[in-house]
Design a binder for this molecule. Sequence first.
Ligand code: PGA
Length: 241
Amino acid sequence: MKKLIAGNWKMNTTRDEAHALAKGLQATASDKVEMVICPPAVWLADLAAILKAPLLLGAQDCHAADKGAFTGNIAAPMLKELGCTYVIVGHSERRALQFETNAIVKAKAQAAIKHGLIPIICVGEIEAEREAGRHEAVVGQQLAESLPETGHYVVAYEPVWAIGTGKTATAADVKAMHGFIRTKLAESVDHADKVAILYGGSVKAANAAEILSTKDVDGVLVGGASLQLEEFRAIAQAAPH
Ligand code: PGA
Protein backbone atom coordinates (compact mmCIF):
# COMPACT_ATOMS: atom_id res chain seq x y z
CA MET A 1 0.00 0.00 0.00
CA LYS A 2 1.08 3.60 -0.63
CA LYS A 3 2.30 5.49 2.41
CA LEU A 4 -0.35 7.79 3.85
CA ILE A 5 0.94 11.26 4.72
CA ALA A 6 -1.67 13.19 6.71
CA GLY A 7 -1.36 16.81 7.78
CA ASN A 8 -3.35 17.97 10.81
CA TRP A 9 -3.37 21.77 10.82
CA LYS A 10 -5.26 21.83 14.16
CA MET A 11 -6.61 25.33 15.01
CA ASN A 12 -4.09 27.14 12.83
CA THR A 13 -4.03 29.22 9.63
CA THR A 14 -5.82 32.34 8.51
CA ARG A 15 -7.89 31.93 5.40
CA ASP A 16 -5.09 33.39 3.27
CA GLU A 17 -2.52 31.10 4.85
CA ALA A 18 -4.77 28.09 4.26
CA HIS A 19 -5.17 29.00 0.59
CA ALA A 20 -1.45 29.56 0.10
CA LEU A 21 -0.50 26.29 1.77
CA ALA A 22 -3.08 24.28 -0.15
CA LYS A 23 -2.06 25.81 -3.49
CA GLY A 24 1.61 25.16 -2.75
CA LEU A 25 0.92 21.52 -1.91
CA GLN A 26 -1.28 21.07 -4.95
CA ALA A 27 1.42 22.47 -7.23
CA THR A 28 3.87 19.77 -6.21
CA ALA A 29 1.56 16.88 -5.37
CA SER A 30 2.97 13.43 -6.02
CA ASP A 31 0.90 10.33 -6.55
CA LYS A 32 3.67 8.18 -5.07
CA VAL A 33 2.08 8.73 -1.65
CA GLU A 34 -1.47 9.32 -0.49
CA MET A 35 -1.57 12.83 0.96
CA VAL A 36 -4.43 14.07 3.12
CA ILE A 37 -4.88 17.61 4.39
CA CYS A 38 -6.99 18.21 7.51
CA PRO A 39 -7.52 21.98 7.84
CA PRO A 40 -9.77 23.71 10.37
CA ALA A 41 -13.40 22.92 9.48
CA VAL A 42 -14.12 26.50 8.44
CA TRP A 43 -11.66 26.20 5.53
CA LEU A 44 -12.84 22.78 4.30
CA ALA A 45 -15.08 24.20 1.58
CA ASP A 46 -12.32 26.52 0.34
CA LEU A 47 -9.81 23.69 0.25
CA ALA A 48 -12.26 21.38 -1.50
CA ALA A 49 -12.14 23.87 -4.39
CA ILE A 50 -8.32 24.04 -4.41
CA LEU A 51 -7.24 20.45 -3.76
CA LYS A 52 -7.50 17.96 -6.58
CA ALA A 53 -6.42 14.30 -6.84
CA PRO A 54 -4.04 12.97 -5.67
CA LEU A 55 -4.47 15.33 -2.71
CA LEU A 56 -7.33 14.40 -0.42
CA LEU A 57 -9.29 16.36 2.14
CA GLY A 58 -9.88 15.34 5.74
CA ALA A 59 -11.60 16.83 8.78
CA GLN A 60 -10.27 16.94 12.34
CA ASP A 61 -13.37 15.61 14.10
CA CYS A 62 -17.03 14.69 13.58
CA HIS A 63 -20.03 14.11 15.80
CA ALA A 64 -21.47 10.62 16.29
CA ALA A 65 -25.03 11.67 15.39
CA ASP A 66 -26.28 12.19 11.83
CA LYS A 67 -27.86 15.53 12.79
CA GLY A 68 -29.63 17.18 15.69
CA ALA A 69 -29.38 19.62 18.58
CA PHE A 70 -25.60 19.58 19.08
CA THR A 71 -24.54 23.22 19.03
CA GLY A 72 -21.13 23.78 17.51
CA ASN A 73 -20.64 20.23 16.26
CA ILE A 74 -20.30 18.92 12.73
CA ALA A 75 -21.93 15.72 11.47
CA ALA A 76 -20.19 13.14 9.29
CA PRO A 77 -22.63 13.53 6.34
CA MET A 78 -21.85 17.27 6.29
CA LEU A 79 -18.14 16.48 5.93
CA LYS A 80 -18.90 13.99 3.19
CA GLU A 81 -20.94 16.59 1.34
CA LEU A 82 -17.99 19.01 1.55
CA GLY A 83 -15.74 16.52 -0.19
CA CYS A 84 -13.87 14.96 2.73
CA THR A 85 -12.42 11.48 2.33
CA TYR A 86 -11.00 11.13 5.83
CA VAL A 87 -11.81 12.37 9.33
CA ILE A 88 -9.54 12.23 12.38
CA VAL A 89 -11.32 10.92 15.50
CA GLY A 90 -10.06 10.55 19.05
CA HIS A 91 -7.04 12.81 18.71
CA SER A 92 -5.35 13.01 22.12
CA GLU A 93 -6.11 16.73 22.32
CA ARG A 94 -9.81 15.92 22.05
CA ARG A 95 -9.54 12.98 24.42
CA ALA A 96 -7.80 15.20 27.00
CA LEU A 97 -9.42 18.60 26.48
CA GLN A 98 -12.93 17.63 25.32
CA PHE A 99 -13.10 14.57 27.60
CA GLU A 100 -13.72 12.12 24.77
CA THR A 101 -13.87 8.52 25.96
CA ASN A 102 -13.11 5.41 23.93
CA ALA A 103 -16.88 4.86 23.59
CA ILE A 104 -17.35 8.35 22.12
CA VAL A 105 -14.42 7.83 19.75
CA LYS A 106 -15.87 4.52 18.59
CA ALA A 107 -19.29 6.08 17.98
CA LYS A 108 -17.66 8.84 15.91
CA ALA A 109 -15.66 6.32 13.90
CA GLN A 110 -18.82 4.30 13.24
CA ALA A 111 -20.65 7.45 12.11
CA ALA A 112 -17.80 8.30 9.76
CA ILE A 113 -17.83 4.83 8.20
CA LYS A 114 -21.63 4.87 7.90
CA HIS A 115 -21.39 8.03 5.81
CA GLY A 116 -18.56 6.89 3.55
CA LEU A 117 -15.65 8.55 5.32
CA ILE A 118 -12.47 6.81 6.48
CA PRO A 119 -11.82 7.56 10.16
CA ILE A 120 -8.22 8.01 11.32
CA ILE A 121 -8.59 6.68 14.86
CA CYS A 122 -5.92 7.99 17.23
CA VAL A 123 -4.49 6.10 20.19
CA GLY A 124 -1.43 6.65 22.37
CA GLU A 125 -0.16 6.61 25.93
CA ILE A 126 0.89 9.51 28.14
CA GLU A 127 4.45 9.75 29.43
CA ALA A 128 3.70 8.41 32.92
CA GLU A 129 2.07 5.33 31.39
CA ARG A 130 5.14 4.63 29.26
CA GLU A 131 7.48 5.17 32.21
CA ALA A 132 5.41 2.70 34.21
CA GLY A 133 5.69 0.18 31.37
CA ARG A 134 1.94 0.33 30.79
CA HIS A 135 1.99 1.65 27.19
CA GLU A 136 0.89 -1.61 25.56
CA ALA A 137 -1.87 -2.14 28.11
CA VAL A 138 -3.16 1.42 27.57
CA VAL A 139 -3.03 1.27 23.78
CA GLY A 140 -4.49 -2.25 23.81
CA GLN A 141 -7.49 -1.02 25.78
CA GLN A 142 -7.92 2.04 23.54
CA LEU A 143 -7.93 -0.25 20.49
CA ALA A 144 -10.36 -2.73 22.05
CA GLU A 145 -12.80 0.02 23.00
CA SER A 146 -12.37 2.59 20.18
CA LEU A 147 -12.24 0.50 17.00
CA PRO A 148 -15.47 -0.32 15.14
CA GLU A 149 -16.27 -3.99 14.53
CA THR A 150 -16.50 -3.48 10.78
CA GLY A 151 -15.57 -0.99 8.10
CA HIS A 152 -12.47 0.62 6.67
CA TYR A 153 -10.41 2.69 9.09
CA VAL A 154 -6.87 3.86 9.73
CA VAL A 155 -5.16 3.71 13.14
CA ALA A 156 -2.77 6.48 14.21
CA TYR A 157 -0.37 5.73 17.06
CA GLU A 158 0.55 9.03 18.66
CA PRO A 159 2.39 8.83 21.98
CA VAL A 160 0.97 11.87 23.77
CA TRP A 161 4.40 12.86 25.14
CA ALA A 162 5.73 13.15 21.58
CA ILE A 163 3.00 15.48 20.27
CA GLY A 164 4.22 19.01 19.74
CA THR A 165 7.17 18.45 22.09
CA GLY A 166 9.99 17.79 19.66
CA LYS A 167 10.46 14.36 21.30
CA THR A 168 9.96 11.36 19.06
CA ALA A 169 9.76 7.75 20.05
CA THR A 170 12.85 5.75 19.06
CA ALA A 171 12.60 3.65 15.93
CA ALA A 172 12.71 0.57 18.17
CA ASP A 173 9.79 1.83 20.26
CA VAL A 174 7.78 2.71 17.14
CA LYS A 175 8.47 -0.70 15.62
CA ALA A 176 7.47 -2.47 18.83
CA MET A 177 4.23 -0.56 19.27
CA HIS A 178 3.22 -0.79 15.61
CA GLY A 179 3.90 -4.53 15.72
CA PHE A 180 1.77 -4.77 18.85
CA ILE A 181 -1.07 -2.85 17.15
CA ARG A 182 -0.84 -5.10 14.07
CA THR A 183 -1.09 -8.18 16.30
CA LYS A 184 -4.10 -6.75 18.12
CA LEU A 185 -5.79 -5.92 14.80
CA ALA A 186 -5.21 -9.48 13.60
CA GLU A 187 -7.27 -10.73 16.54
CA SER A 188 -10.35 -8.89 15.33
CA VAL A 189 -10.10 -8.23 11.57
CA ASP A 190 -9.46 -10.59 8.65
CA HIS A 191 -6.86 -8.51 6.85
CA ALA A 192 -4.85 -6.74 9.54
CA ASP A 193 -2.06 -6.17 7.02
CA LYS A 194 -4.45 -3.96 4.99
CA VAL A 195 -5.16 -1.58 7.89
CA ALA A 196 -2.84 1.42 7.67
CA ILE A 197 -1.09 2.24 10.95
CA LEU A 198 0.27 5.80 11.08
CA TYR A 199 2.83 7.19 13.50
CA GLY A 200 2.39 10.72 14.84
CA GLY A 201 4.30 12.94 17.23
CA SER A 202 6.92 15.52 16.22
CA VAL A 203 7.39 14.05 12.75
CA LYS A 204 9.55 16.36 10.63
CA ALA A 205 11.66 16.21 7.49
CA ALA A 206 14.74 15.22 9.51
CA ASN A 207 13.19 12.09 11.06
CA ALA A 208 10.58 11.14 8.43
CA ALA A 209 12.74 8.76 6.40
CA GLU A 210 13.63 6.65 9.44
CA ILE A 211 10.07 6.57 10.76
CA LEU A 212 8.53 5.84 7.36
CA SER A 213 10.90 2.95 6.71
CA THR A 214 10.18 1.32 10.08
CA LYS A 215 8.33 -1.99 9.90
CA ASP A 216 4.54 -1.68 10.25
CA VAL A 217 4.59 2.10 9.75
CA ASP A 218 2.21 2.78 6.85
CA GLY A 219 2.34 6.56 7.06
CA VAL A 220 2.52 9.54 9.37
CA LEU A 221 0.14 12.01 10.99
CA VAL A 222 1.91 15.35 11.07
CA GLY A 223 0.92 18.39 13.14
CA GLY A 224 3.32 21.33 13.38
CA ALA A 225 5.46 20.41 10.37
CA SER A 226 2.39 20.18 8.12
CA LEU A 227 2.02 23.96 8.42
CA GLN A 228 5.35 24.48 6.66
CA LEU A 229 5.14 23.80 2.96
CA GLU A 230 8.76 22.69 2.43
CA GLU A 231 8.85 20.56 5.57
CA PHE A 232 5.64 18.74 4.72
CA ARG A 233 6.71 18.22 1.13
CA ALA A 234 10.06 16.82 2.32
CA ILE A 235 8.26 14.43 4.68
CA ALA A 236 6.20 13.09 1.76
CA GLN A 237 9.35 12.75 -0.36
CA ALA A 238 11.05 10.77 2.41
CA ALA A 239 8.50 7.97 2.04
CA PRO A 240 9.94 4.81 0.52
CA HIS A 241 7.92 3.61 -2.48
P1 PGA B 1 2.97 17.24 16.00
O1 PGA B 1 1.44 16.81 16.15
O2 PGA B 1 3.46 16.71 14.69
O3 PGA B 1 2.95 18.74 16.06
O4 PGA B 1 3.71 16.63 17.16
C1 PGA B 1 1.02 15.54 15.72
C2 PGA B 1 -0.46 15.39 15.97
O5 PGA B 1 -0.96 15.90 16.97
O6 PGA B 1 -1.16 14.76 15.15
